[in-house]
Design a protein around this ligand. Structure first.
Ligand code: GLU
Length: 420
């Protein structure tokens, strides 16, 4: 029995299918993951003891190319979450027009409880356990929640030792010194920012006040705060696992980054006009833009009704449940869905893979220009589909992705090939 989250994801697939004429085999193929492997990773801790951690890698669908998706380290990770995230990656890569299928991996661990050496042993153990599933032409991991370039560097090195030669294209989001791409670090936020700017007029964001609320202050949250701040937005509130900070006069993202680094939470950036507020209070703030940039399901049936933002830009994966989606739609709140809004990360991952395979380095300007081209092109297509069918942007994004997936699955040969 698949969990509620996957049911929600599948409901978008079925809904999109109603707008397209597809062979029934297309939906049948996309309803289930291609493969999921579970492993128990056993590592030596610094005190000499041995501890084990459960880990997964799911390759959801590879019709459009090698599978792609991050690896997260989280104490609550589970197999259903990994499968759902791999499903979303499948659609995200299709929406962005990248020649990839979708995958995801996870280790159930709180990385903050491990020393750096323990973290390295755990990351190398992951690659060792899943090496036969990975490969530049097969499955290409990247960072996700609580993983970063340093971890990708260890993983690339471990994979090289398994196969006996360097193979940088097996993993993206690597340190620049090991073949990482310029612009990968802030790519998720920058991609979302390009989409937001491109759709601003249609979304009614081109004039008047510009107040943004950001939930989550990891990689995506930090960079979107900086980009919005530079573009003249007032950052009304920010949150992280330590709490939420609200300042009607606006929060300086640089001060929030400093507070988090020095004291562990953005709430330490409290200045004269600022105050610490509750997580649900943050969601209920009157603003033009709400950016969920933390974990999935944080906007649900019990708090969606209180949201007063005009537009939601989903930089997290799956931050809005299917039930909440309907409530937001009824309230007239426009949601720029994750599979479009946060596709900038995997798009620059794709650029990194291309550069690795060519043995070539692009300049930062080239990366940004190409990212902008992809994000605005696909945002426009999603927007046009939403207009054409009078549907929310999420449904339009699923229609857009499903068109490409459907065409690829049918081109591989469906029943019609045999019926003449
Ligand atoms: N973890 C990111 C995501 O969810 C990036 C995946 C990638 O670059 O492969 O989109």
């Amino acid at each position: 029995m698949l969990e509620e989250m996957m049911q929600g994801a599948l409901s978008h697939l079925e809904e999109a299918g109603r707008y397209l004429t597809l062979q029934p085999e297309v939906l049948e193929k996309l309803r289930y993951p291609k493969e999921i492997l579970t492993a128990r990773l056993m590592i030596r801790m610094d005190d000499g003891s041995r501890r084990s951690f459960v880990a997964w890698r799911c390759r959801y669908d590879d019709t459009r190319g090698p599978t792609k998706g991050g690896i997260r380290y989280h104490p609550e990770a589970d197999a259903d979450e990994v499968i759902t995230l791999a499903f979303w990656m499948t659609f995200k890569c299709a929406v962005a027009g990248l020649p990839y299928g979708g995958a995801k991996g996870a280790i159930r661990v709180d990385p903050h409880e491990l020393s750096r050496a323990e973290l390295e042993r755990l990351s190398r153990a992951y690659v060792h356990a899943f090496a036969s599933m990975l490969g530049p032409e097969r499955d290409i991991p990247a960072p996700d929640v609580y993983t970063n370039a340093m971890i990708m560097g260890w993983m690339a090195d471990e994979y090289a030792s398994v196969v006996g030669h360097p193979a940088p294209a097996v993993i993206t989001g690597k340190p620049i010194a090991l073949g990482g791409s310029l612009g990968r670090e802030d790519a998720t936020a920058r991609g979302g920012f390009f989409v937001l700017n491109h759709l601003a007029v249609g979304l009614g964001l081109n004039g008047g006040q510009k107040r943004a609320v950001i939930q989550g202050f990891g990689n995506a949250g930090v960079h979107i705060a900086q980009l919005l701040h530079e573009a003249g937005w007032t950052i009304l509130a920010l949150s992280d696992t330590g709490g939420a900070l609200y300042d009607p006069a606006g929060i300086d993202p640089a001060a929030a980054v400093k507070a988090k680094r020095q004291h562990g939470s953005v709430t330490a950036a409290a200045s004269d006009g600022a105050r610490v507020i509750g997580a649900d209070e943050l969601l209920a703030l009157d603003c033009e833009l709400l950016v969920p940039a933390a974990m999935e399901n944080l906007i649900h049936a019990d708090n969606a009704d209180r949201i007063r933002a005009g537009v939601i830009l989903e930089l997290a994966n799956g931050p809005v449940t299917a039930e909440a989606d309907q409530i937001l739609d009824r309230k007239g709140i426009r949601v720029i869905p994750d599979i479009l809004a946060n596709a900038g990360g995997v798009t620059v991952s794709y650029f990194e893979w291309v550069q690795n395979r060519q043995g070539w380095h692009w300049t930062l300007d080239e990366v940004y220009a190409r990212l902008q081209q992809v994000m605005t092109r696909e945002a426009q297509q999603v927007w046009d589909l939403a207009q054409e069918h009078s549907v929310p942007l999420r449904t339009a994004a699923y229609i857009h992705g499903l068109k490409r997936l459907g065409a690829a699955i049918e081109a591989h040969g469906t029943q019609n090939y045999f019926n003449g």
